[in-house]
Design a protein around this ligand. Structure first.
Ligand SMILES: Nc1ncnc2c1ncn2[C@@H]1O[C@H](COP(=O)(O)OP(=O)(O)OP(=O)(O)O)[C@@H](O)[C@H]1O
Length: 238
C-alpha cells in the first residue's frame, strides 16, 4: 500500500496556544477520508499542514515521498468560500491557477475546458462568478483544483455554504470524480452524515489541543446506524 500523505507526531501551535498534539495519520493513495470533529478542534489546521500553509511546531508531514515545506501542485485545495476572481470567467479562473505550473497557454486552455466539463460546467465556461450560483461557483473551484491534476485533494467544508439539494448533488459529483480519477481525498466536515455518505474512512478529531479520537472504516452499501451512533458518541465525548 503506497501512502499519499503521512503525518508523524504533528504538533501545531498558534503563538503560545497548542492546537494539535502529536497527531499521526496516514492516507493511503487513492483513499477518501473524512476528518470530522467539533468546531475549533483543529481539522482545518491538519488540512493546512498537508497543504503546506501551516507549519509544524514538531513532527513532520510527508506528501508522496517528499516532506511538505509549503504549498505545491501535487496538493489541490478547495475551501468553503470559493475564492474566485470576480473579473475572470470560469475558464479564466481555472487557467489562471494553472499558470504556476508553467504550462503553455494552449495546454492551460485544454485542461481548463476539460476540468470544467468534468464538473458539469461545459456550458458555463465563459460566465463570470456573479453570473453563477453558489453550487456552480463551487464547481469552478473544484475544476480549478482538479485541472492541476493533484495527487491529493484537500477539501475544507467545501459544501458547507450550499443549500441541501445542491449539497447532495455536489456530494454525488465528488464521489464520481474520486472513483474516476483515483485522487486521494481528505475532506473536512463537522457533519457526520456527510462524512458517512462520502468517505471510506472517518477520522474523528477532538480535544484541546486536538488529537485523533477514533478512526473508523465505513462499509460500502447501506448506511450503518450503529457506526453512526458510535461516531456520534466519540464526537459527544470530546
Ligand atoms: N491563524 C490562527 N491564529 C490563531 N489561532 C488560530 C488560527 N487558526 C486557527 N486558530 C485556532 O486554532 C484552533 C483550531 O482551529 P481550526 O480552524 O483548525 O479548527 P477546526 O476544527 O477546523 O474548526 P472549524 O470547524 O470551526 O473550522 C481554534 O481554536 C482556532 O481558533
Amino acid at each position: 500500500m503506497s501512502l499519499a500523505v503521512r503525518l508523524e507526531g504533528l504538533s501545531v501551535r498558534y503563538g503560545a496556544t497548542p492546537v494539535l498534539d502529536r497527531t499521526d495519520l496516514e492516507l493511503p493513495a487513492g483513499s477518501f477520508t473524512a476528518l470530522l470533529g467539533p468546531s475549533g478542534c483543529g481539522k482545518s489546521t491538519v488540512l493546512g499542514a498537508v497543504a503546506g500553509f501551516v507549519h509544524p511546531a514538531t513532527g513532520q508531514v510527508t506528501a508522496g515521498s517528499r516532506p511538505v515545506r509549503g504549498p505545491g501542485p501535487d496538493r489541490g485545495v478547495v475551501f468553503q468560500h470559493y475564492a474566485l476572481f470576480p473579473w475572470r470567467t470560469a475558464r479564466g479562473n481555472v487557467e489562471f491557477a494553472l499558470k504556476r505550473l508553467g504550462l503553455p497557454r494552449a495546454e492551460r486552455r485544454r485542461r481548463a475546458l476539460e476540468a470544467l466539463a468534468e464538473v458539469g460546467l461545459a456550458d458555463g465556461t465563459d460566465k463570470y462568478p456573479a453570473q453563477l450560483s453558489g453550487g456552480m461557483q463551487q464547481r469552478v473551484a473544484l475544476a480549478r483544483a482538479l485541472a492541476a491534476e493533484p495527487e491529493v485533494l484537500l477539501m475544507d467544508e467545501p459544501f458547507g455554504a450550499l443549500d441541501a439539494l445542491t449539497r447532495t448533488r455536489m456530494q454525488h459529483l465528488l464521489r464520481e470524480l474520486w472513483q474516476r480519477r483515483g485522487t486521494t481525498v481528505l475532506f473536512v466536515t463537522h457533519d457526520i452524515d456527510e462524512a458517512l455518505a462520502l468517505a471510506q474512512r472517518v477520522v474523528v478529531l477532538g480535544g484541546s489541543p486536538g488529537r485523533v479520537l477514533a478512526d473508523h472504516t465505513v462499509p460500502d452499501g447501506a448506511p450503518d446506524p450503529d457506526l453512526r451512533s458510535l461516531i456520534a458518541r466519540h464526537l459527544g465525548s470530546d
